[in-house]
Design a protein around this ligand. Structure first.
Ligand code: XMP
Length: 304
């Protein structure tokens, strides 16, 4: 385990030496990029511009919260919602969707980097990211693809030797809010992989709202490794005495050590019932709510 009190000053020194001028970082609100942003801000202060791209595929309240947490850091918030929706239009294949989000992300970031004449890039790559990218299991969208398209003098990866639990420990030592230190993994392509098939504005809203309810009911009480909602298709329901065709929302809650394997959590029936009644009451276009009991393997954690 890394010695946090030794790691922090060393990381700050390394950033000072490697990023001597205008530097940017793509802030996602996850623990890795947040830790890097705080370390870099301590190292080079106003020479750092953190950029947060609002893809429209973020969880409920996320953008507002990021603005609050990083208010003292010259944060640039880029509203790119339309751009991401357009990039996803008509796409149904999960890998094509991932690539479309990844490419849109790179393009927006590249434009910002040029506009700011940034010379250095900080990335929140951690040790397992390097291993997974080498393994090539799926096209992981994070900011890993950026260096090939934007010419920086140097790319600095201050936490590339750390495991996730070590990053969380550093986050605590840096006084980041607990919600960031403890944040569940969230896929780079965001809510787009939690809408099975084509992503529309309506479906992103459905999944965002359902996801918020699932998190409220499960995160604090059960500490799942990951929990979320996904829209998985359409099914028949009844409203009054009329049959309607509505969305099917699947709830997922898994225990895991590293995301490579996972088990579905055995949740109390009353908790599941409460989630169902809250989702169907809050989102009238949802006709049914199901709970996914499949482990990984054979399923993956996400639906796409
Ligand atoms: P799966 O669904 O493959 O996911 O069992 C394993 C873990 O990885 C996350 N995940 C992603 N993270 N970009 C990411 O940065 C992605 O494209 C991506 N897809 C899945 C997933 O949330 C889980 O924690």
């Amino acid at each position: 385990m890394v010695k946090v009190d030794k790691f922090i000053p060393k990381a700050i020194d390394r950033i000072k030496q490697q990023a001597s001028d205008h530097t940017i970082i793509a802030l996602s609100g996850g623990v890795d990029s947040s830790v890097c942003a705080v370390l870099a801000h301590r190292a080079i202060g106003d020479k750092l511009t953190p950029i947060y791209i609002d893809t429209g595929l973020m969880r409920k309240g996320e953008t507002e919260r990021i603005k609050e947490i990083f208010f003292d850091m010259n944060l640039q918030v880029i509203d790119a919602k339309e751009r991401f929706l357009t990039a996803l239009k008509g796409l149904e294949d999960p890998e094509e969707k991932r690539k479309a989000v990844g490419e849109a992300f790179i393009r927006v970031f590249e434009e910002e980097a040029k506009e700011l004449s940034a010379e250095y890039l900080i990335q929140g790559t951690i040790y397992p990211d390097r291993i997974e990218s080498e393994g090539g299991i799926k096209s992981h969208h994070n900011v890993g693809g950026l260096p090939s398209v934007v010419d920086f003098k140097a790319i600095v990866e201050p936490i590339d030797d750390l495991y996730k639990d070590e990053v969380r420990e550093v986050a605590r030592a840096l006084d980041l809010p607990e919600e960031i230190c403890e944040r569940m993994p969230f896929p780079g392509p965001g809510l787009s992989v939690r809408v099975v098939g084509e992503v529309t504005e309506e479906l992103v809203e459905v999944v965002r709202e359902a996801n918020a309810i699932v998190e409220e009911e499960l995160v604090e009480k059960f500490h799942p490794w990951q929990t979320f909602a996904a829209v998985v298709g359409k099914g028949t329901g009844v409203k009054g005495d009329v049959r309607v065709h509505g969305w099917i929302v699947a709830v997922r809650a898994v225990g895991s050590r590293d995301g490579m394997t996972a088990e579905a959590m055995e949740l109390p029936w009353d908790v599941l019932r409460k989630i169902e009644s809250r989702i169907t009451a809050a989102i009238p276009s949802v006709a049914r709510v199901v709970y996914d009991i499949t482990p990984k393997p054979p399923a993956t954690i996400e639906f796409e």
